[in-house]
Design a protein around this ligand. Structure first.
Ligand SMILES: NC(=O)c1ccc[n+]([C@@H]2O[C@H](COP(=O)([O-])OP(=O)(O)OC[C@H]3O[C@@H](n4cnc5c(N)ncnc54)[C@H](O)[C@@H]3O)[C@@H](O)[C@H]2O)c1
Ligand SMILES: O=C(O)C(=O)C[C@@H](O)[C@H](O)[C@H](O)COP(=O)(O)O
Ligand SMILES: [Zn+2]
Length: 363
C-alpha cells in the first residue's frame, strides 16, 4: 500500500492507495472505534461494493453499519438529495460522534462531505472514492457541496475528510466513458504545474486506457500528490488553489448550460481546458506546439475537444459571469503560460475571449 498525507496541521489526513483496500478493516479501525457510522452510496455502486465494505467494517464497528442508497446522477447533486441525508441521520438520532462514509464517485463524495460539514454543525467523514475522477481529485482537498439550477457547486463548504481510502480494484467495473472523464483531471495536473507528469502521460496514456494496474496506480499517486501539495499551500482557495480550476469556468458553463448530467464533469473539463489553451494561444502566452500537445493528449484520452452544439458564445459568457472566481464583477480565468505553467488572471484581452468563444462554440 502507498500512503500520502494532506498536510493541513490539525486537519491533516492520510490517503491510502492500493489494490483490495475495501477488504481491509485496518484502514478504518482507529476512526470507527466507539462511534456510529453511516455509509452513503448510490444505486449503481451499492450492488458492486456495499456488501464488501459493510463486511469489512463489521470487524471494527460495534453492530451493523447502516447505509443510505441515493439515486445515481449529477442531476441529484442538489439540496433535495442533501435533505434526504439529513432526514436519514436525524431519524436514527446520529449524534456528533457520527462518522459518514462516502462510497462512490465525486457526486456521492461532494454531497456526503457537505452533509458532514453541516449536520449538527459538523461531523467527521471518510472518502472511499470508486471512480478514477474521485480517486485523483474530488476525494482530496475538502471541497464539498451541491449544485444549484443557476450554477455548479454554488452551495458548499470546505470540510476535510479524516481519511481517504482508494481501492484501485474498484476501477475494474468503471465504464470506459467514466475512465476518460477521470483522465481529464489527471491531464489537468500536468498542465497546471507538473510538466514532467504531462510528458509521462504523453508516453503512457495507452497503458492507462488499457487499465494497466501499475500505470493507474502511478497516475493516481502523482495526481493525489500534486493536489495535496496545492491544497496544503492554500486550503480555502485564496490564491494558488484556483489553478485546480483550469478548464472549469468553461466546463461548468457546459455542465450547467446543457443540463446537469448531459456532459460528464470530466468531459466538460476536457473541452474547457482546450478552450483555456486556445485563449492562452490567442494571448501569445503559449505557442502552437503547446496548444497542439494539449489538444492531442485530451483527444487521445477519448475526450471531447470542442464544446457541445447548442451553447452559444453569448450563453457561455452569461453563465461564466456567475463563476465563483469572479471578483467585483471581473471574470478571472486559469490560463496557460506553457505546459506545466498556469496563472489565475483577470488580465486577458476580452476580445481574445470573444475570438476563442466564436471560434470554438457551435450554437
Ligand atoms: N470536490 C472536488 O474537489 C471535486 C473535484 C472534481 C470533481 N468534483 C465533482 O465530482 C463529480 C464528478 O465525479 P465522478 O466523475 O466520479 O462522477 P459520479 O460520481 O457521477 O460517478 C460516475 C458514474 O460512475 C458510477 N460509478 C462509481 N463508481 C463506480 C465503479 N467502481 N464501477 C462502476 N460504476 C461506478 C457512478 O454511479 C456514476 O454513474 C462532479 O459533481 C464534480 O463537480 C468535485
Ligand atoms: O479542489 C479544487 O480546488 C478544484 O477546483 C478541483 C476541481 O476539479 C473540482 O471540479 C471542484 O469541485 C471545482 O470547484 P469549484 O469551486 O469551481 O466549484
Ligand atoms: Zn473538476
Amino acid at each position: 500500500m502507498d500512503t500520502l498525507t494532506v498536510d493541513l496541521a490539525e486537519r491533516s489526513y492520510p490517503i491510502h492507495i492500493g489494490r483490495g483496500l475495501l477488504k481491509e478493516p485496518g484502514h478504518f479501525e482507529a476512526l470507527l472505534k466507539g462511534r456510529r457510522a453511516v455509509i452513503v452510496t448510490n444505486e449503481t455502486v451499492a450492488p458492486l461494493y456495499l456488501d464488501t465494505l459493510k463486511q469489512t467494517l463489521a470487524a471494527v464497528h460495534d453492530g451493523p453499519v447502516e447505509a443510505l442508497i441515493l439515486p445515481d446522477g449529477e442531476q441529484y447533486k442538489n439540496v433535495d438529495t442533501l435533505n434526504r441525508i439529513y432526514t436519514f441521520l436525524l431519524e436514527r438520532r446520529l449524534d456528533r460522534s457520527a462518522m459518514l462514509i462516502a462510497l462512490g464517485g465525486g457526486v456521492i463524495g461532494d454531497i456526503t462531505g457537505f452533509a458532514a460539514a453541516t449536520y449538527l454543525r459538523g461531523v467527521d467523514f471518510i472518502q472511499v472514492p470508486t471512480t478514477l475522477l474521485s480517486q485523483v481529485d474530488s476525494s482530496v482537498g475538502g471541497k464539498t457541496g451541491v449544485n444549484h439550477a443557476l450554477g455548479k457547486n454554488m452551495i458548499g463548504a470546505f470540510h476535510q475528510p479524516r481519511l481517504v481510502v482508494i481501492d484501485t480494484d474498484t476501477l475494474n467495473t468503471l465504464p470506459d466513458r467514466e475512465l476518460s472523464a477521470g483522465l481529464a483531471e489527471v491531464i489537468k495536473y500536468g498542465l497546471i504545474d507538473d510538466a514532467d507528469f504531462f510528458v509521462w502521460l504523453e508516453e503512457h496514456l495507452p497503458r492507462l486506457l488499457a487499465r494497466e494496474p501499475e500505470a493507474l496506480a502511478w497516475a493516481i499517486h502523482r495526481s493525489c500528490a500534486d493536489k495535496a501539495r496545492v491544497v496544503a499551500q492554500d486550503e480555502r482557495e485564496s490564491g494558488r488553489r484556483a489553478l485546480l480550476n483550469l478548464g472549469h469556468t468553461f466546463g461548468h458553463a457546459i455542465e450547467n448550460g446543457m443540463g446537469y448530467g448531459q456532459w460528464l464533469h470530466g468531459e466538460a473539463v476536457g473541452a474547457g481546458m482546450i478552450m483555456a489553451a486556445h485563449l492562452s494561444r490567442q494571448m501569445h502566452w503559449i505557442d502552437d506546439d503547446d496548444l497542439n500537445r494539449t489538444t492531442h493528449l485530451i483527444q487521445a484520452a477519448r475526450l471531447p475537444v470542442a464544446p457541445p452544439t447548442g451553447l452559444s458564445a453569448e450563453r457561455f459568457k452569461q453563465i461564466m459571469a456567475g463563476d465563483k472566481k469572479v471578483l467585483q464583477g471581473q471574470l478571472r480565468l486559469v490560463l496557460l503560460q506553457g505546459i506545466g505553467t498556469s496563472v489565475v488572471t483577470a488580465d486577458f484581452d476580452p476580445g481574445a475571449l470573444d475570438n476563442t468563444l466564436n471560434a470554438l462554440t457551435r450554437p
